[in-house]
Design a protein around this ligand. Structure first.
Ligand SMILES: C[S@@+](CC[C@H](N)C(=O)[O-])C[C@H]1O[C@@H](n2cnc3c(N)ncnc32)[C@H](O)[C@@H]1O
Length: 446
């Protein structure tokens, strides 16, 4: 049975939210605030329901024809069917709503969202999956599913990726490399993912094959064939990853090139190895480094603690502006790259510590003037926030990729009575998707 629903707002995750006639909240993918739709309810829980669009009664004028034939199939994008201005507006609304609802934080602290200079072709890393349907295919996984949707062109990734995406399945079939698949009693095949990484500042492309097992006998032949057809590939890498949970992790072998991508920014440069995390949108990353370092109002004599530092994306610029930076990161590959990055930028005042943040804080007795943190999507959590408050820095810079865990953590800082929010700025690192980055600056009271 279908119901008429007015969509009131957007959930973090991209679904429209409205109310069923009885008042129960319903989440509807593909519907935007201000639209009136006929909804088919597909599942109902105690507190909410999930619906799909049966038909539109009224659409918002910002709708447009999506540029991509795989939209709502491949699970990569959420907002391709509305214009960019509207996307930015909705993202600001989502942050505002999460902060208010979860932490009671008023919108007076919210700064305007920083847009991306590129609406398309901005993604510096794409993780494609191999699949098999009589022949090898490459694509992206359908939302909440393991089904691989074949993709021949991805509009949010650099156009240099397209040729690789189209050629690799052919070569894989030519050399008869079996695609990995979980079966009833175990597994079959070896080839799992193709990760493509790009540096816009040196126009170089890294092609990474990820296999389940160490064995990849055709690696050399595939690499030679690929480079003959696409000479602009700068590195080819083989990553062995037995885990089915994380895509880009594990020991790797460089098959061609130096296995490093270099990114030049205004002031600093970064060398990024195949399996290390690096921010995905070059322009927005530069803006975030600028914003953070400017809003912390650094004087030059500060001791800074950078938690979840990765390979030093923020630590490097911070080190150039303060007395000393201690960067804490659990990934061995990122820490090694961080130390190399400090060297190539001629910085001697950064110490990279390879440790889980929780463990580091358990043993830490040092005081710091500024703490910067950039946790994964799950946020920092009660214990880490508590320990940061104990350090009592004058200022805190919190970089977040998830407004709901940000709101939860900010409410902990506020409840302590020791910190006030100065500003929260959203950044559109991922146009066409629901993802939102933010930087929050907190200042110690008094
Ligand atoms: C969102 S990334 C940010 C990295 C870096 N700040 C940047 O901008 O490139 C989060 C980083 O935290 C690291 N990480 C995740 N959990 C961690 C933990 N419990 N302790 C230390 N590092 C952790 C990851 O390896 C990753 O490099």
């Amino acid at each position: 049975m279908s119901e008429t629903v007015y969509i009131e707002k957007l959930a973090y995750g991209g679904s429209g939210i409205g109310k069923l006639p009885g008042g129960k909240i319903v989440f509807v993918e593909g519907a935007y605030p201000g639209e009136l739709i006929e909804v088919d309810v597909i599942s109902e829980k105690k507190d909410f329901a999930i619906g799909t669009v049966k038909s539109f009664i009224e659409r918002i004028p910002e709708r447009r024809r999506p540029v991509c034939p795989y939209f709502r199939e491949c699970g990569g994008c959420d907002f391709l069917d509305i214009n960019y201005k509207k996307q930015l507006e909705l993202k600001e609304e989502i942050v505002k709503d999460q902060l208010k609802r979860i932490a009671g934080i008023s919108s007076e602290f919210l700064d305007k969202i920083q847009s991306s200079n590129l609406e398309y072709e901005y993604r510096l890393k794409m993780e494609f999956s191999f699949g098999f349907n009589g022949k090898t295919i490459l694509g992206l996984k359908k939302k909440n599913s393991n089904k691989v949707v074949e993709v021949k062109k991805c509009h949010i990734s650099p156009k240099q990726f397209d040729k690789v995406l189209n050629l690799v399945p052919e070569i894989v079939d030519l050399y008869k490399v079996p695609v990995y698949k979980k079966v009833k009693k175990g597994q079959r095949g070896i080839l799992k993912h193709l990760v493509l990484r790009y540096s816009p500042t040196e126009n170089s492309l890294m092609t990474i094959f990820i296999t389940k097992t160490e064995k990849f006998e055709a690696a050399k032949n595939i690499t030679n064939y690929l480079l003959k057809k696409i000479p602009y590939i700068s590195s080819v890498v083989h990553v062995m990853n037995s885990s089915d949970k994380v895509i880009l992790r594990g020991p790797y072998k460089i098959l061609k090139g130096d296995g490093i991508l270099t990114y030049d920014f205004d002031w600093e440069k970064f060398q990024v190895p195949p399996t290390a995390f690096f921010q995905n949108n070059y322009f927005v990353t530069g803006k975030m480094i600028e914003f953070l370092t400017k809003k912390l109002e650094l004087k030059g004599n500060e001791k800074v603690l950078d938690l979840y530092s990765g390979l030093g994306t923020f630590s490097i610029r911070l080190a150039a502006l303060v007395k000393h930076v201690t960067a804490v990161e659990s990934s061995h590959v990122a820490v090694k790259a961080g130390r190399a990055n400090a060297n190539i930028n001629n910085l001697r005042n950064i110490k990279f510590v390879e440790s889980a943040v929780e463990e580091f804080l358990d043993y830490n007795e040092e005081k710091y003037d500024v703490v910067v943190l950039d946790p994964p999507r799950s946020g920092a959590g009660v214990e880490v926030v508590k320990k940061i408050i104990e350090i009592a820095p004058e200022k805190i810079g919190y970089i977040s990729c998830n407004p709901s865990t940000l709101a939860r953590d900010l409410s902990l800082f506020l409840q302590s009575g020791k910190y006030d929010i100065q500003i929260i700025r959203p950044f559109d690192m991922f146009p066409q998707t629901y993802h939102i980055e933010t930087i929050t600056i907190l200042k110690k009271r008094g």
